[in-house]
Design a protein around this ligand. Structure first.
Ligand SMILES: Cc1ncc(C[n+]2csc(CCOP(=O)(O)OP(=O)(O)O)c2C)c(N)n1
Ligand SMILES: [Mg+2]
Length: 336
């Protein structure tokens, strides 16, 4: 028996074309859309228009948007903090807000809600509420991709907390054994509910979990959408070319509490303010567009206004949409 020891290296470059001003402005717009729609979701929650759980992604927008710019036609699967992923993957603000409002016009007819957004047409294979529970499902998607020779990858998003779950370790083990085209993305946002990474795990470089199974891995800060696009692009290229899965740890930060009922008192004083000031994804890209790529402030203001209008339209649409028909409650439980 020959011994296999090392995790393979990732390519240095993604091979994606460089972004020009128009291309980066699109990503800025996408990030701003997530922030705006989620701010409306927070407002709707306090007005009890949204019930149940609601986990906001504000602060982490560059991760989903950068990843989408590298894997737009691929499959995605995510946890319960997935509003941003669904929007970045191509869900409309209307379909998403209507789902959060529990309306029949939502992406899953109002019977899923915040943690269960889904849309097969854009290859968004769902949000899931059990921490780490969807990571093995990404292997299933990866297996199907390989079996059908699709040339795609499955991108699987989860939090730092999920990397301590048994299901996560088991999934890594099999993904590497079968060389599945899966890019596992751990969004390390410092906390699992109120527990910081240092209090959850001896190893605080979470991508090193990959070494135990010989999987390729990488770790980087994910505040700059261009960096995320490039590094996720390199990982996706590796997986797409049949070299097997990759585990990425992307360091990010969530601005709001874990869910709407968490005042986030566990943060050290000044941590949030400091990250907001130095590493806000929208501010970083704004600065680059204006200072390096020569776009005017007016262009950015206009771009934001268009999104503001779109988000308000989505709110009006959600509010005026009908409730689901109770007689259809069991319609979507099993496949026809
Ligand atoms: C198996 C399981 N255990 C506990 C919970 C309760 N729970 C919900 S979210 C969460 C924290 C997960 O944190 P992380 O994976 O870092 O994701 P984040 O919320 O930071 O995006 C916990 C413990 C759950 N949903 N599932
Ligand atoms: Mg976390």
């Amino acid at each position: 028996m020959s011994e296999r020891i090392d995790s393979p290296p990732l390519p240095d470059e993604s091979g994606l074309p460089a972004l020009d001003g128009a291309g980066l402005l699109d990503l800025y717009r996408e990030m701003y859309r997530i922030r705006r729609v989620e701010e409306l979701a927070a407002k709707a929650y306090t007005m009890r228009k949204i019930l149940g759980f609601c986990h906001l992604y504000i602060g982490q927008e560059s991760v989903a948007v950068g990843a989408a710019a590298a894997t737009k036609d691929d499959y995605w699967i995510a946890a319960y903090r997935e509003h941003g992923h669904a929007l970045a993957k191509g869900m409309s603000s209307r379909a998403m807000l209507a789902e959060l409002f529990g309306k029949a016009t939502g992406c899953v007819h109002g019977v899923g809600g915040s943690m269960h957004l889904f849309d097969k047409d854009i290859r968004f294979m769902g949000g899931y509420g059990i921490v780490g529970g969807h990571v093995p499902l990404a292997n299933g998607v990866g297996w199907a991709i390989k079996h059908r020779n699709e040339g795609r990858v499955c991108v699987c998003f989860f939090g730092d907390g999920a990397t301590n779950q048994g299901a996560f370790f088991e999934a890594l083990c099999l993904a590497q054994l079968y060389k599945l085209p899966v890019v596992f993305i751990c969004e390390n946002n410092f906390y699992a509910m109120g527990t910081s990474v240092e209090r959850q795990s001896f190893l605080t470089r979470l991508d090193l979990r990959a070494r135990g199974v010989g999987m390729a891995h990488d770790q980087f800060k994910g505040f700059d959408v261009e960096v995320v696009r490039e590094r996720v692009g390199a990982a996706a290229k590796f997986a797409r070319e049949g070299n097997g899965p990759v585990l990425l740890e992307v360091v990010t930060y969530r601005y709001r509490g874990h869910s709407m009922s968490d005042p986030a008192k566990y943060r050290p004083k000044g941590e949030l303010e400091n990250i907001r000031e130095t590493s806000d994804p929208l501010a970083i890209t704004h600065h680059r567009l204006v200072n390096d790529l020569g776009l005017s402030e007016d262009t950015l203001t206009e771009a934001r206004q268009v999104i503001d209008e779109e988000a308000q339209d989505a709110w009006d649409f959600a509010e005026s949409s009908p409730d689901p028909d109770p007689t259809k409650l069991y319609d979507y439980v099993y496949a026809e």
